[in-house]
Design a protein around this ligand. Structure first.
Ligand SMILES: NC(=O)c1ccc[n+]([C@@H]2O[C@H](COP(=O)([O-])OP(=O)(O)OC[C@H]3O[C@@H](n4cnc5c(N)ncnc54)[C@H](O)[C@@H]3O)[C@@H](O)[C@H]2O)c1
Length: 436
């Protein structure tokens, strides 16, 4: 089967490479010429573990190629995936302009039956709009062919994206069209053979399933963050509580890590979008609104922790920071909690020096006032406080003796609860963490 994936970012590139690995003939399209030129030379536009080998192998074996030529890619494909950004608008709604542009371009160049699959995260009703945009653009297309639409939301996690795509907990396929259903089932056949559960449903349900999943996970994070705040007020330990509740299978251990709040390219925008389209539908989504409010307050609370250990005054103090990306194993800085927290510290007069194993190029664009260092230890030099912002594995076993020597004050604010309070205090650090 020939498919094309329009948008070759975190989702599109992983989707394309993984389908190629399953034996499908894939063309990944992007309008960013530099990205496509790089990909043709084997240069990945993002950091995602294992992606470079997967891409190289499938390019070499002739199943995966890259282009900026959308019309050609569409003409040759039976299935067209849309995997372009769906950012937040200022009012919290979703900016569908990238999806619309792709749908219209697809409509202009379709020359036979195709299944148009929305993989971008989109509000309920978008697939109906995709159909309308395609049909409207038939004005420029003499063949006006028959086509089907479907929704196939993506649940992969950055940093573990390939494993998540190849061995997902489930696949959600939404379509009301039997022909599209048969084609998509065939495309996903390698996963059927793995006994991956496939939820076949209608388009609106598939679209909403993605938001419900992200909102639920975000709710767990805001919930445990509020438990952490309460722990700080009453002298309890949030990590023990997370274990105490997480061992209950009905609750589950994941997404119960107290910290600086959720960030990244999905949870912040998807929770806002869900609250927004729930309101547009005439209702409200009060839990999600509360989740967003709780999360919005996290940076200020984290800033207070840091300023407190600086005796209430950050002016001319040096803040050393380890980790900038919104989570480990990615270079993604979109809505990373580090942005608001470090900007807040700079506004309060601090100098910030930071190190991240992968995200410094991206971080330079959004945190121009931060001095980027070559290593964890260089970042520690002269720091009045060390802030552990993102729990990359390499920060779990720091040479604490060296850290202590390099800092001008042996003070650590551990926003990810990587270390244990007692040994850190015994090692001579002033040690502050979250909810303990
Ligand atoms: N990143 C994630 O972890 C993740 C997970 C699940 C779902 N999603 C959803 O998937 C969608 C894509 O997210 P992403 O993180 O991959 O975005 P991204 O920004 O990494 O990639 C999107 C790509 O689309 C390209 N593009 C934009 N308009 C185009 C056009 N008209 N023609 C061709 N290419 C075009 C951009 O140049 C970019 O390379 C979003 O809706 C997002 O919410 C993301």
């Amino acid at each position: 089967m020939n498919i094309c994936v329009i948008g070759s970012g975190y989702v599109g590139l992983v989707t394309g490479a993984c389908f190629a690995e399953f034996g499908v003939q894939v063309v990944c399209v992007d309008k960013d010429e530099k990205k496509i030129e790089g990909l043709e030379k084997g240069i990945m536009p993002i950091y995602e573990p294992g992606l470079d080998e997967l891409v190289a192998r499938n390019v070499k074996e002739g199943r995966l190629s890259f282009t900026t030529d959308t019309p050609e890619a569409v003409r040759n494909a039976l299935v067209v995936f849309i995997a372009v950004p769906t950012p937040s608008r200022p009012d919290g709604g979703t900016d569908l302009s990238f999806v619309e542009a792709v749908a219209r371009e697809v409509g202009q160049h379709m020359d036979g039956y195709k299944v148009i699959v929305t993989k971008s995260t989109v509000p309920v009703g978008t697939s109906v709009k995709v159909r309308k945009w395609i049909e409207e653009s038939f004005g420029d297309n003499p063949s006006s062919p028959r086509f089907s639409t479907a929704s196939n939301p993506e649940f992969l996690r950055e940093g573990a994206a390939i494993g998540d795509f190849m061995r997902p907990d489930r696949v959600v396929l939404g379509t009301e069209d039997v022909e599209a259903e048969a084609i998509l089932k065939d495309l996903y056949r390698p996963l059927y053979l793995n006994e991956t559960p496939v939820v076949m449903t209608n388009v609106a349900t598939a679209e909403l399933t993605k938001y419900a999943a992200n909102a639920f996970l975000a709710t767990k994070i805001s919930f445990i963050n509020e438990v952490a705040d309460l722990c700080e007020d009453v002298g309890a330990d949030v990590q023990a509580i997370a274990r105490g509740i997480g061992l209950d299978n009905r609750i589950g251990k994941k997404f119960l890590h107290a910290g600086p709040g959720f960030g990244g390219s999905c949870f912040p925008k998807d929770t806002r979008s869900l609250a927004h389209f729930a309101a547009e539908a005439g209702g409200s989504f009060e839990i999600v609104e509360a989740v967003i409010r709780v999360n919005d307050k996290r940076p200020e609370r984290m800033i207070e922790k840091i300023v407190d250990v600086l005796d209430g005054d950050a002016q001319n103090k040096t803040v050393s920071v380890l980790g900038l990306s919104f989570k480990p194993e990615t270079d993604d800085m979109r809505d990373a909690p580090s942005i608001d927290i470090l900007q807040g510290m700079i506004e309060r007069g601090a100098q910030v020096r930071a190190y991240d194993p992968q995200a410094m190029d991206e971080a330079r664009k959004v945190l121009p006032g931060v001095m980027m260092c070559e290593s964890s230890y260089e970042a520690c030099e002269g720091g009045d406080v060390l802030v552990l912002m993102t729990e990359w594995n390499q920060f779990r076993m720091l040479d604490l003796g060296r850290v202590k020597e390099l800092l001008s004050r042996p003070t650590i604010v551990d926003l990810r609860n990587v270390y244990k309070p007692d040994p850190m205090r015994k090692a001579g650090f002033t040690y502050i963490s979250v909810g303990r």
